[in-house]
Design a protein around this ligand. Sequence first.
Ligand SMILES: Cc1cc2nc3c(=O)[nH]c(=O)nc-3n(C[C@H](O)[C@H](O)[C@H](O)COP(=O)(O)O)c2cc1C
Length: 192
Amino acid sequence: MSAPKVAVVYHSGYGHTAVVAESVAQGVRDGGGEPIVLKIESAGQDFSEMLDAASEADAIIFGAPTYMGDISAPLKAFFEASSKVWFVQGWKDKLAGGFTNSLSFAGDKAHALNTIFTLSQQHLMIWVGAGQPGGAHSNSDAGENNVNRMGYYIGVATQSDNAPAEVTPPAGDREFARLYGVRMATTAARFK
Ligand SMILES: Cc1cc2nc3c(=O)[nH]c(=O)nc-3n(C[C@H](O)[C@H](O)[C@H](O)COP(=O)(O)O)c2cc1C
């Protein structure tokens, strides 16, 4: 059996969400899958090739920073362009997942993840949640090295400070993203 292909379609304005996307892609590799990393540059770009590439995959993970309480506009533009695929049900029964990164610990990231989840259900895809227990049940759980330190289950939520992407989001968040890539690759292998 060939390795499952997992597309990671994401936007990142200032590089922090890009770090999360690379961690997800590493996890896909670690889980025996082949990542197809597709970076959205702007809302105005031509998405045709990217849509074709995503359609080749067994699973698609969508990621964006949370801006003004929702996914950033370039990922939303990609979602609207995906209506072309919706008309032919091209993503039906593919696995789907999502991640978002923002400055605040909450920051309305749940709303951004719900936007991604909704898109996946419009496409009749099969959603794969974050798959990690944890979450901050006490202050000691919320440390930077902890996986799922903010307690999100629908998808992967990470937090970065106003500092360069080389140092933030922290190690626990990167590991959360990597583990999600592993989860998606191994789940996709089971479905294949
Ligand atoms: C236009 C804009 C809106 C933002 N809105 C939010 C928000 O609603 N919640 C939040 O926690 N952070 C918000 N932030 C902070 C970003 O989510 C944060 O800087 C993040 O690291 C950006 O990711 P990026 O480097 O991948 O672009 C906003 C930033 C920008 C530029």
